[in-house]
Design a protein around this ligand. Structure first.
Ligand code: PEP
Length: 250
């Protein structure tokens, strides 16, 4: 199935209040390309101000706690993020799997909590370099989907992002056939798990996407958009990727 492309930015731990001008510029870019969906996962400190200043842009969070409230110092619940203006959250980003040791079970619980509070979810999956070298990339991604996907998942609130860990922030990307292979594997797994409800689940590619490679990557079958880190930090770098997403829309 061909779907509208989703081009999602992930600002990671970047951006002070002064960067709201850049968010507004990205909102203008999004408005200029209505054939693509555009979203921005911001540091939590910017969500409320960005949502107020750019109400037309889908602003989201980069992580969420699995519990609704309680003794979890430094954490934020889905309800808090939603109240601040977030419409979605990433879960399972590889930097959290790596730096915070998040497991598939943790990520599943976060996705369930987000869904319960009305946040859409971008569930990130992807193999390490060692796993790819050992020929295990497809199996790792299948397991991450199987264990991270809530039972009642469906396309109106769920997006997957395939992000090979070794491609994030490195300037290295898999070959086009390698991306196509894992996206086909991910699509088949989502279909096997969700059946008819899998139709609208978009599968994004993430890992060193730039204006220079976006056209080629977004043209791959089963690539329904991109999750973009470094190249989403300025409207100037993000705009060509958004334009590529709009151009490949059918
Ligand atoms: C990411 O943070 O999800 C990401 C893909 O980063 P980059 O585009 O910088 O590789």
């Amino acid at each position: 199935m061909t779907m509208r492309k989703l081009i999602a930015g992930n600002w990671k731990m970047n951006g002070m209040l002064a960067a709201l001008d850049e968010v507004a510029a990205i909102a203008e870019t999004a408005a200029a390309h209505p054939a693509a969906d555009v979203a921005l996962a911001l540091p939590a400190t910017l969500i409320a101000a960005a949502a107020a200043r750019s109400p037309g842009l889908a602003i989201g969070a980069q992580d969420v706690h699995a519990r609704d409230s309680g003794a979890h110092t430094g954490c934020l619940s889905a309800a808090m993020l939603r109240e601040a203006g977030a419409r979605f959250t990433l879960v399972g980003h590889s930097e959290r799997r790596g730096d915070q040791g998040e497991t598939n079970q943790d990520i599943w619980a976060k996705a369930v909590a987000a869904r319960r509070c009305g946040l859409s979810v971008i569930l990130c999956v992807g193999e390490t370099a060692e796993e790819r070298d050992a020929g295990r990339a497809a199996r790792v991604v299948q397991a991450q989907i199987e264990q991270g996907l809530p039972d009642d998942a469906e396309g109106d609130w769920l997006t997957l992002a395939y992000e090979p860990r070794w491609a994030i922030g490195t300037g290295r990307t898999p070959s086009i056939p390698e991306i196509a292979e894992i996206h086909a594997v991910a699509r088949a797994k989502v279909r096997a798990l969700l059946g008819d409800r899998s139709g609208a689940v978009r599968i994004l590619y993430g890992g060193s996407v730039t204006g220079a490679n976006a056209d080629e990557i977004l043209a791959i079958a089963d690539v329904d958009g991109a999750l973009v880190g470094g190249a989403s930090l300025t409207a100037a770098k993000f705009a060509p990727i958004v334009a590529a997403g709009a151009a490949t829309a059918v």
